[in-house]
Design a protein around this ligand. Structure first.
Ligand code: SF4
Ligand code: SF4
Length: 365
């Protein structure tokens, strides 16, 4: 936290308008799962075979300069040189979040060394039944939990990361929070899903009004045992208490195609250098205010958490908001009532790949 705070302050004092907080480094797209909401594993086989070399990863990290590096994918543990990549980033004093579905985690753990710079961020989308449905793999939850427990036992930093889609039961998510905290993880990361045009199941994505309603039900009346590895202000944004615009340059994405324009989620072209990405992207064409239909329903962490972090460390009121948010239980009777309402949608069935919706933002709460 201190590293990020001083980094943001330095950028502010030097008057830098656009700067990255987290590099989304995707060393490969292939995976050993095929989740229904995934927009990454639909590439053709010749693309799925490709991967970044450790040298390409280090060059991207150095050019970008962000203090944190998230390594999603694909499944990073399928990269044959992932240990070399992680060790190289630790040597560069980068805080790494290695995102994994944990199918290989237990087996690969002996190759890694615990470090304050390394956190395994394990993809877990809810209680057993919900996670297995979400990742389209029976038994996926049990394997991931075994990996988490072994990583905690070996002294690694571990968080879980969950993506929630339409039909999510807030009561089940709250029970899930109890379960993961009991596993000894440091904190929970969560985000609404993004409506990837390549995802096989297009019926599961949430509009903004439903995101706010769902996250208000989930995140109000918190238990003191729950810890979130996220900005409290971003969580307030998800609950509908704050209005933020997207900061896509806050989490730039680098992969086998280059620097992805404008963010981790959209693919409006690539640049060869990070400088070119910053200087030539028409940033005004993205975010909800732009009216771009691809951004209309997006509240995803890679776009909006950088805004919350910059807000939080950028002023005294932001710092106070973060302190208050960290210790508040967000008591809310209306949110308690939401937990007792019948779910408006059941889990949806899988569908074939479809064109993306171009509907503008859902507005009714
Ligand atoms: S584990 Fe991640 S990368 Fe793999 S299919 Fe699921 S969402 Fe996609
Ligand atoms: S609103 Fe979402 S999809 Fe649009 S640029 Fe921001 S993060 Fe990307």
């Amino acid at each position: 936290m201190w590293t990020v705070a001083t980094y943001v302050l330095k950028k502010k004092l030097t008057g830098q308008k656009r700067y990255p907080l987290v590099l989304m480094l995707e060393p490969l797209f292939r995976c050993n799962l095929a989740c229904a909401g995934c927009g990454k594993v639909q590439y053709p086989p010749h693309i799925l075979k490709k991967q970044l070399t450790p040298e390409e990863c280090f060059a991207a990290v150095e050019e970008c300069g962000a203090p944190m590096v998230s390594i999603p994918g694909g499944e990073p543990l399928l990269h044959p040189q992932i240990v070399e990549i992680v060790n190289g980033l630790i040597a560069r004093k980068k805080y790494i979040y290695l995102c994994t579905n944990a199918l290989e985690l237990k087996r690969r753990l002996p190759e890694f060394t615990p470090s304050k710079y390394l956190t395994f961020s394990v993809h877990l989308d809810g209680e057993r039944e919900h996670h297995d449905f979400s990742v389209c793999r029976e038994g996926g939850y049990d394997i991931a939990v075994e990996g988490i427990k072994e990583a905690v036992r070996r002294g690694f930093r571990v968080t879980t990361n969950a993506t929630f889609f339409d039909g999510t039961d807030p009561n089940s998510v709250r029970t899930f929070f109890d379960e993961v905290m009991a596993m000894g993880v440091e904190g929970i990361v969560l985000s609404p899903g993004y409506s990837y045009e390549m995802a096989p199941d297009q019926n599961r994505f949430l509009g903004r009004a439903r995101v706010r309603r769902l996250f208000r039900a989930i995140l109000s009346n918190r238990k003191p045992t729950w810890k979130f590895n996220m900005s409290p202000l971003f969580l307030e944004f998800l609950m509908g208490d704050r209005k933020y615009e997207c900061t896509p340059w806050g989490s730039p994405a680098y992969n086998i195609f280059g620097w992805q324009r404008p963010c981790y989620l959209l693919q409006d072209g690539y640049t060869e250098t990070f400088k070119e990405l910053l200087e030539t992207t028409k940033w005004e064409e993205y975010g909800v205010a732009s009216g771009n239909p691809k951004c209309a329903n997006c509240m995803v962490s890679c776009g909006y958490e950088p805004t919350a972090v910059m807000d939080g460390f950028g002023s005294l009121s932001g710092i106070w908001g973060m302190i208050r948010g960290t210790f508040s239980s967000y008591r809310d009777q209306h949110a308690l009532n939401l937990l007792n309402e019948p779910m408006p949608h059941g889990p949806s069935a899988l569908v074939q790949i479809a064109r993306p919706s171009t509907a503008l933002e859902e507005t009714n709460a």
